[in-house]
Design a protein around this ligand. Structure first.
Ligand code: SAH
Length: 341
């Protein structure tokens, strides 16, 4: 059976034609799916016989809410159960300029970053394009918000699930569906540089966020096993090519980990690394994950680090931390569920 939510209108059209149905139904079907129906029978303006036929050839899944946590700052964290019983998280954040949803791209992760909760149980499986899309659709329905921005920063490594993530991007930005423009979408990667090149060639107008977290191989290697594959140099080369091809400025994520990547020396190396490149650095404090034994930098260390960045005119912002009272960091809700069950 085909997962109906992973198909674009054109692809639905082909399937409909194979069923002896008119192709124009594809647009109608696609738009119903984008509205979060849970069965073909809810598609009230489709002929009954067609609905029956559709349910014979397609699967139509929808996630179920396992847990919802509301933060005092308005952030909502949602834990979803998927059709096969696996679970993933999404986070809805309300900003002045709109509502952003952070979605997961895999069940678990195999990248092994030393600070991250999502990778603790390894990778269970990739999400389908439809399952990624569902997080956007149902986060909107569950919170009653119109989602204007999407970040692929939840559980999983988006570029390790390249084809499904690409299909998701096409689905979510389609004019007959949710119609979220690429300029309102950010994709965050731990730095799989070959796939950054692959993405660059597609020329999408999305924002690429790169989880850098350290300016040199020694420090980055301690935090991120993926660094062994080409190191910081190969990553920065790919970032440069990404900018040259797409014209889109890259965002570098840097989580301050106490005593690991937060000395003025690190700050100065970071400044050298990025010198002359069109970029933006997003500094955040590490969110402490109990199992990981790493701590967020103390405020005096943060000050010494950012003073050095200021001296060297590095273009950075210190990201506002949302949802701290609800463990909104990376994979922590799913982790709790896995531990408790
Ligand atoms: N796999 C992708 C996207 C998911 S993680 C990536 O690596 O970019 C989203 C962001 O949260 C990444 O920048 C990641 O490094 C960061 N992150 C993970 N665990 C964290 C923690 N405990 N504290 C702060 N940031 C964390």
């Amino acid at each position: 059976m085909i997962d109906v939510k992973s198909l674009l209108p054109d692809e639905l059209g082909v399937e409909l034609q194979n069923l002896g149905e008119p192709r124009y139904r594809a647009k109608q079907l696609f738009s119903w799916l984008s509205r979060g129906v849970r069965s073909f029978d809810e598609m009230s303006d489709m002929p009954k016989a067609l609905r029956a036929k559709l349910s014979e050839v397609f699967t139509l899944n929808a996630p179920r809410i396992l847990r919802r946590q509301d933060s005092s700052d308005g952030t909502v964290k949602l834990l979803w159960e998927l059709a096969d019983g696996e679970s993933v998280e999404s986070v809805v954040m309300v900003y002045k300029h709109g509502v952003t949803v952070c979605v997961s791209t895999q069940v678990g992760c195999r990248m092994g970053c030393a600070f991250c909760a999502s990778t603790l149980g390894g990778l269970r499986r990739n999400l389908t394009a439809g399952e990624i899309l569902d997080q956007v659709i149902f986060s909107g329905i569950e919170t009653g918000q119109r989602i204007s921005n999407i970040v692929l920063m939840g559980i999983g490594e988006p570029l390790d699930n390249f084809d499904n993530v690409l299909q998701f991007l096409k689905l979510v930005s389609h004019g007959d569906g949710l119609n979220v423009g690429m300029r309102h979408i950010s994709l965050s990667t731990c730095g799989l540089h070959e796939n950054i090149d692959k993405l660059a060639h597609l020329g999408l107008q999305l924002t690429l966020s790169v989880s850098l977290h350290a300016p040199d191989d020694e420090t980055r290697g301690k935090l991120m096993p993926v660094n062994a594959h080409g190191g910081v140099a190969a990553l920065m080369d790919a970032c440069r090519r990404y900018f040259d091809t797409t014209g889109r400025r890259i965002s570098f994520e840097y989580a301050l980990v106490n005593g690991v990547n937060d000395t003025p020396e690190h700050a100065s190396r970071l400044a050298h690394l990025l010198h002359g490149a069109p970029y933006h650095v997003n500094l955040i404090l590490l969110n402490e994950v109990a199992e990981r034994g790493l701590k967020p930098s103390t405020s005096s260390r943060v000050k010494a680090f950012t003073d050095e960045l200021d001296r060297r005119h590095v273009n950075y912002t210190f990201r506002r931390r949302l949802g701290l009272d609800i463990d909104a960091a990376c994979g922590q809700l799913r982790r709790q569920l896995t531990i408790n069950s």
